[in-house]
Design a protein around this ligand. Structure first.
Ligand code: 9MR
Length: 431
């Protein structure tokens, strides 16, 4: 159990309506977290109804730019830096008194052509990497509570992703990146950030090894960001989420959920909205259960601007507010687990406690399907990463083939075997 601030302790003795926090961030802080926050993006900032809620610090004490600090935005041509869009979000955070999580410095996606099609040597690409990090981090010095220094360095099986960084520099690019970021802003918390590391398994273990790699190289890492792009019905139980968080904390780092959303088939049904509420509540609950879990960021707050429908055809409704900015049961579910039933708590929400671990399964569906698999899987589309619908299908390499509540085929394609990584996730790998 984490330390509870005096405000919460007082609230316990007060009558329920007096104890209500005004929103998710207030309630999270009352429970000892540093923040509850949301991602945002520049195009949607022209919608004033949207920005009004984004600025509501009762709900959001932290924001993350979803795109405008990425490499393609900040260094579109070599050594020509552009901070205009990123600054809009940084200035918004400062004006609102919200923490800024900065995202991200090194990734395999959203790289400009000059990076991806350059012919680099280990030495020249290392220079490019350091120059980028130094310039971007120095520009935002003092403004970022945390930086996602390296994003998604791992493939789904826990091997290193075959990115330009890894191919050219090897795993050393990771500590090099952390070292450069620390030199440019010693006060920013430096994070490794990835998806499908939210539960125990090969990829989570590999992320733990990355923490050790950085530390053993003498570089600083302060935290691990677990993105948390979940699917309704397939979110791990609270106790499993918490024990996985703890395995990172045991390495002496902070943890945070950095990109939380819970997608479902659209159109959303009342039953799925309730299940989604349980998923959100379990994730928030796991953070509460973990002493060094500092906060939770949702990957935008409204379905209107969620990345999900553009990536996973037929899926959406992944955020706690709907497209018309109405709160969904997920909002009430999180407020309830934060001990702060909201004023309009007419929606009855089931959330599981640490002990009430319903049997649920989840897949390793990639948050970023375009390049999530290191083994060549020609022309994979977002649909490939959804739960397998047909029992007859032969599952491709690194896709799910079993696990609790998994309903798809268990038959792997030729040359592959279905390997059980944990009770929830079995995967087709080379025999
Ligand atoms: O939300 C981002 C979306 O607008 C972009 O099109 C996409 C491009 O890859 O990136 C999204 O954000 C990703 C984040 O930076 C890293 N983790 C996965 C997120 C969803 O793809």
């Amino acid at each position: 159990m984490r330390f509870q601030p005096i405000a919460t302790a007082l609230a316990v003795g007060a009558s329920a309506h007096l104890a209500q926090a005004a929103g998710l961030h207030d309630a999270a802080v009352a429970k000892g977290l540093l923040y509850f926050g949301s991602a945002t993006d520049n195009p949607e900032l022209s919608n004033t109804a949207y920005t009004t809620q984004l600025k509501n610090t009762a709900d959001f004490g932290q924001i993350t730019p979803g795109n405008s600090q990425k490499w393609d935005a900040t260094e579109p041509s070599q050594n020509q830096f552009s901070f205009t869009k990123g600054d809009v979000v940084a200035d918004l955070a400062a004006a609102n008194g919200q923490k800024l999580r900065c995202h991200n410095l090194v990734w395999h996606q959203q790289l400009p052509n000059w990076v991806t099609s350059g012919s680099w040597t280990n030495e020249t690409l290392t220079t490019v990497l350091k120059n980028h990090i130094t310039n971007v981090v120095q520009h935002y010095k003092g403004k970022c509570y945390a930086w996602d220094v390296v994003n998604e360095a791992l493939a789904d099986d826990g091997s290193y992703r075959d990115s330009i960084w890894y191919k050219t520099i090897g795993e050393a690019y990771i500590p090099i990146a952390f070292e450069a970021a620390a030199a440019a802003d010693p006060a920013a918390k430096l994070y490794y950030n990835d998806y499908s590391i939210e539960w125990a398994g090969a990829k989570s273990k590999a992320a733990q090894k990355i923490v050790q790699l950085i530390k053993s190289a003498g570089a600083k890492i302060d935290g691990v960001g677990l993105q948390g792009h979940f699917i309704v019905d397939q979110t791990p139980p609270r106790k499993d989420l918490a024990s996985n968080l703890q395995s990172f904390v045991d390495l002496d780092v902070d943890v945070a959920y950095t990109e939380l959303d819970v997608r479902m088939k659209t159109p959303a049904t009342p039953a799925n909205l309730q299940k989604q509420s349980t998923s959100f509540a379990n994730v928030v609950g796991a953070c509460l259960d973990t002493k060094r879990c500092v906060g939770i960021t949702i990957w935008d707050w409204t379905d209107k601007y969620s990345w999900v429908p553009n990536t996973f055809s037929g899926y959406g409704a992944a955020c706690p507010w709907d497209e018309t900015f109405q709160k969904k049961p997920a909002y009430q579910g999180m407020m309830a687990v934060l001990g702060a039933a909201s004023a309009s708590a007419s929606v009855s929400v089931a959330f599981t406690s640490a002990s009430a671990s319903a049997s649920v399964a989840f897949t390793s569906a990639s948050a970023t399907p375009t390049s999530a698999i290191s083994t060549p899987t020609p022309s994979s589309s977002a649909a490939d990463f959804l739960p397998q619908p047909s029992a007859a299908a032969h599952i491709k390499a690194y896709f799910q083939c079993g696990g609790l509540n998994y309903k798809g085929s268990t038959s792997c394609a030729s040359g592959l075997v279905c390997k059980k990584w944990n009770p929830y996730y079995h995967q087709c790998i080379q025999a």
